[in-house]
Design a protein around this ligand. Structure first.
Ligand code: ZN
Length: 300
């Protein structure tokens, strides 16, 4: 962990924020050199505050921070990227909020993590620029797979977990709890495994191993993408459960995927479930910006 000076400057993206006292705000920020930090922005809720505009959720800024006893204090803010297109689109706000929460769950305080910073920034930039719902969905999965790889939770998708043989392009067996795939010989007859179609495995591998510039050009059929939605959701849930972090977030994630859970084979259904995801995440975002939430969805 790099030693912070009494005054130090850093790039930052605001992941989370909450009101504190009359006019202050506690921000959870992600930085390239110090990982995740909690800092305080004093007086930022006053109408006269000039810092406020640059300290919105997901905005990319540079901060001058002064070491404080409980929280380091924001003394200066310069906006770098405001991601205006994200802010003008509720679906994008939802996804940016989801991305921020995942970074929050998987990152450590005071731990330099340049690759995670790069991933976060590229994802927000792409989300800001894209105009297609399909691309956003693909971006989300690429982000998830990249984040899992960066944090050491990547599923083994190339060799059989048991015999180490390279997996053939046939139906294999997936184990989410063991984080990988078994070949037909090793997986057959095991009730704790589920079949994974060759095309689904192919897409997952692609997401895991290619840069976004390549992934964005791929056209994935809706019924395959629906299975990818479903698998990735359940896999993330298992990992987050082990991490025992962010119980609220897990609940929302769970709710999000209830819609996607039947692995809807029809495109129209998949779209509908995506809408529900978005609606649910919107509720989450509203909470964050301090609007009292509507009655919570019942959790099963
Ligand atoms: Zn095997």
């Amino acid at each position: 962990m790099p030693n912070r000076q009494r005054l130090y400057r850093t790039h930052a993206v605001v992941l989370r924020r909450r009101d504190f006292r009359d006019a202050d705000r506690i921000l959870t920020i992600f930085t390239p050199n110090y990982g995740k930090l909690e800092v305080i922005a004093k007086g930022v809720r006053k109408t006269t505050s000039r810092k406020a505009g640059h300290l919105e959720l997901f905005s990319h800024c540079t901060l001058m921070l002064a070491k404080g006893r409980t929280w380091d204090i924001v003394t200066e803010v310069v906006g770098v990227e405001s991601f205006r297109n994200i802010r003008q689109d509720l679906d994008k706000i939802s996804l940016a909020s989801y991305i921020s929460e995942l970074i929050d769950c998987f990152s450590e305080s005071d731990d330099e993590n340049q690759p995670m910073w790069d991933l976060l920034l590229v994802t927000l930039q792409e989300l800001d620029q894209t105009s297609s719902a399909y691309n956003s969905r693909l971006l989300r999965h690429w982000f998830e797979m990249s984040l899992l790889s960066l944090t050491g939770f990547q599923p083994q998708l190339f060799q059989c977990l048991n015999c180490d043989e390279e997996l053939a392009p046939v139906s294999n067996y997936m184990s989410l709890s063991e984080g990988g795939v078994f070949c037909p010989t090793c997986g057959q007859g095991r009730r704790d495994l589920e079949l994974i179609e060759a095309d689904v495995l192919k897409v997952l591998r692609f997401l895991q191993s290619r840069p976004w510039g390549t992934v964005r050009q791929v056209n994935i059929r809706p019924h395959i993408l629906a299975q990818v939605d479903n698998l990735l959701y359940r896999y993330l849930l298992i990992i987050l459960e082990r991490q025992l972090k962010s119980v609220d977030f897990m609940r929302r994630l769970q709710h999000m995927a209830q819609a996607a859970a039947p692995a809807a084979p029809v495109a129209a259904t998949a779209d509908a479930s995506l809408q529900e995801d978005v609606a649910d995440l919107n509720a989450a975002t509203m909470n964050d910006i301090g609007i009292k939430d509507a009655p919570q969805h019942a959790h099963t």
